[in-house]
Design a protein around this ligand. Structure first.
Ligand code: AMP
Ligand code: ZN
Length: 114
């Protein structure tokens, strides 16, 4: 989508620190990290958020999780643990409306909301 910043990152129109890429997924460092590891994992197709996932495109979720696992292994969090979070919609605090999962870790995380 033309005015989507994450689509621009995918097209290399905006710089980012890419940590993982495959045919369907891009992952890059969050510009405002809340933990030593804070990576955003996004599909290369523009999907607004979880509410736009359906049976046709649900493979995106599998691809994101497989990428998350690879990234966790790469940065040494496979055993230590990490959180994988997506904010869906305004009340959840979503600010960029291109589906993304925050992979966060590298310190004791807390407090837990749930
Ligand atoms: P959310 O609030 O869940 O929609 O998350 C959006 C995230 O995108 C925030 O954590 C921002 O810090 C991050 N962000 C916004 N613009 C950029 C950018 N150009 N490069 C990297 N991360 C970004
Ligand atoms: Zn987009």
């Amino acid at each position: 989508m033309d005015n989507c910043i994450f689509c621009k990152i995918i097209k290399r129109e905006i710089p980012s620190e890419i940590v993982y890429e495959d045919e369907k997924i891009l992952a890059f460092k969050d510009i405002n990290p809340v933990a030593p590891v804070h990576v955003l994992i996004i599909p290369k197709v523009h999907v607004r958020n979880v509410m736009e996932i359906d049976h046709q495109n649900a493979d995106i979720l599998k691809d994101i999780h497989l990428a998350a696992k690879q990234i966790a292994l790469k940065v040494g969090l496979g055993d230590k643990g990490f959180r994988l979070i997506t904010n869906c919609g305004e009340e959840a605090g979503q600010t960029v409306f291109h589906l993304h999962y925050h992979l966060i870790g590298g310190k004791e995380l807390g407090p837990k909301i749930i």
